[in-house]
Write a protein that binds this ligand. Structure first.
Ligand SMILES: *Cc1c(COP(=O)(O)O)cnc(C)c1O
Length: 482
């Protein structure tokens, strides 16, 4: 299996070659040159596999340059019930991603039982083990530099902690995260994890990461890399749970289902799109946004209108506060019939950053608009009041506490699903991560997994730094020389 760029101008590469790479050299994102197809016989055989077995069956179609035994070993050590055992007390952790049925035909797929209580652990844990394997083989090292406002940074740290050949330098805005989020990251005592609290906002931290990454000489000399949501390894690992969720919610492979997906960077639902392209019987892919509704607008109107940071709202589902969806280009490449020139034309305007309220591109009235329904998408948006209402309803009717992002997914999923299709809403985080809004909705605090009781009281390991690029570079250089 070779991987090509959505902009059509980069040489084809293997899975391992793109694993440690970010964007393709032409600025595009990597995708398989053709999606592997799952036969009816395979689908039958896969129905009763364990999560790790299923992950191997799916991922061996993508990671064709990793010897099967090695891939199997990496996957079996990743998807264990020990790693994914932080969910609700009555969750069936042996399933890794248990399906919780709320009412006949309405389910939640639990993806948040990993170490940081968000679905990002599903892919990031695998990435940690794949990185360690690939670096070992190449006798290489990697220093991951990132900025986080919460979920991604902690998922990356928990995936990379203690890994040979890997260090993580993670910037976060000093004093801006919740006490729980701070404790989750800063209490890690592993020597290869460096928490850096920046005196500034998330955007300042992000700008520092960009500045270091744009210094190509420094980046190469210090082996700097990233693990952001465009990483193909992450997307491919997320394909697996669509299969697992489908089998858990159906009795036969003749049935279709609807998935609803709380979306931000379009990474999670992109994996659903690929599962569907591989032949999984997905009737609908329902994309849910919060008040930052750039993707909902596209699927309703054909207009893609990324917003600037001044038009991005801070909401109570903060991991979806994104107005330029980095993985969306992968879907558009398929939508335009894999025409790299068309993607280059569209993204020349996206990358230039159009003025607020102007479209980067508009497919209404083009042949692409007529193609869109073939991909099975529906969409909708959810506001703060919708979240509170949905959290209350699920708690009142089913005694199940859900987090704010999953609430967006359920609200839109219930609204948009075609009658008769079982609905599987992807749970993207546990309510314990978003205590404030749960208290606002229910007047009580969410339960915390036992392992996380009192983590705010643990000793913390963090360096506070001004938002200054030279200071950051000096810090990295010093740590690498120690
Ligand atoms: C990252 C995240 C999302 C958005 O997922 P994308 O892959 O960026 O669309 C939704 N909910 C939570 C809790 C997240 O951490």
């Amino acid at each position: 299996m070779k991987y090509i760029s959505t902009r059509g101008l980069a040489p084809a590469k293997t899975f391992t070659e793109i694993l440690l790479a970010g964007l393709a050299p032409d600025g595009g994102l990597y995708l398989p040159e053709a999606y592997p197809q799952v036969t009816r016989a395979e689908l039958e055989a896969w129905r009763n596999l364990s999560y790790a077995e299923l992950a191997f069956a799916v991922l061996s179609k993508f990671a064709t340059d990793i010897p099967a035994d090695d891939l199997k070993a990496i996957i079996s050590k990743t998807y264990t019930s020990e790693v994914y055992s932080n969910g609700r007390a009555d969750s069936d952790f042996s399933q890794i991603t248990p399906l919780r049925t709320l009412a006949p035909g309405v389910h939640i797929l639990e993806l948040s039982n990993g170490p940081t209580l968000a679905f990002k652990d599903m892919a990031m844990q695998l990435l940690g083990n794949l990185f360690e394997y690939a670096l070992d083989k190449q006798h290489a090292e990697l220093n991951i530099l990132g900025a986080t406002s919460g979920d991604t940074g902690s998922a990356a740290e928990y995936a990379m902690r203690g890994k040979r050949g890997i260090r993580v330098f993670m910037l976060s805005p000093n004093g801006k995260m919740s006490a729980f989020q701070r404790a989750q990251m800063y209490s890690l005592q592993d020597e290869n994890i460096y928490n850096i609290a920046i005196n500034g906002m998330f955007d300042d931290a992000q700008d520092m990461v960009k500045a270091v990454s744009n210094d190509h000489a420094f980046k190469a000399a210090h082996k700097i890399g990233t693990v952001n949501s465009i990483n193909w390894g992450r997307v491919s690992a997320q394909i697996v749970y669509y299969f697992k969720g489908y089998f858990a919610a159906t009795k036969s492979n003749d049935e279709q289902v609807a998935f609803s997906v709380p979306s931000g960077n379009f990474g999670n639902i992109c994996a659903g799109h690929i599962a569907r392209m591989m032949g999984l019987p997905i009737g609908q892919l329902i994309l849910a946004t919060n008040e930052n509704d750039v993707l909902d607008e596209f699927f309703r109107t054909g207009v893609y209108r990324p917003r600037g940071s001044e038009h991005t709202y801070e909401t109570s589902s903060p991991s979806m506060d994104i107005s330029k969806a980095s993985n969306f280009e992968r879907f558009v490449y398929d939508l335009v019939g894999r025409d790299g020139a068309k993607v280059r034309e569209f993204w020349s305007r996206v990358d230039a950053g159009s003025a607020p309220d102007t479209a980067a591109f508009d497919i209404k009235g083009t042949p692409y608009w007529n193609e869109l329904p073939k991909f099975g998408f529906a969409s909708g948006k959810s506001t703060h009041l919708d979240r509170l209402k949905t959290i209350r309803e699920m708690w009142g009717q089913y005694g199940v506490m859900i987090d704010t992002h999953t609430a967006d997914g359920l609200k839109v999923g219930l609204e948009q699903r075609r009658p008769g299709l079982p609905l599987i809403c992807l749970e993207t985080a546990l309510p314990a991560k978003f205590e404030e809004t749960i208290v606002e909705a229910l007047g009580r605090k969410p339960e915390r997994p036992a392992a996380m009781e009192g983590i705010e009281d643990l000793p913390q390991r963090v360096t506070v730094m001004d938002a200054d690029v030279a200071t950051l570079k000096a810090f990295i250089a010093k740590k690498l020389s120690e």
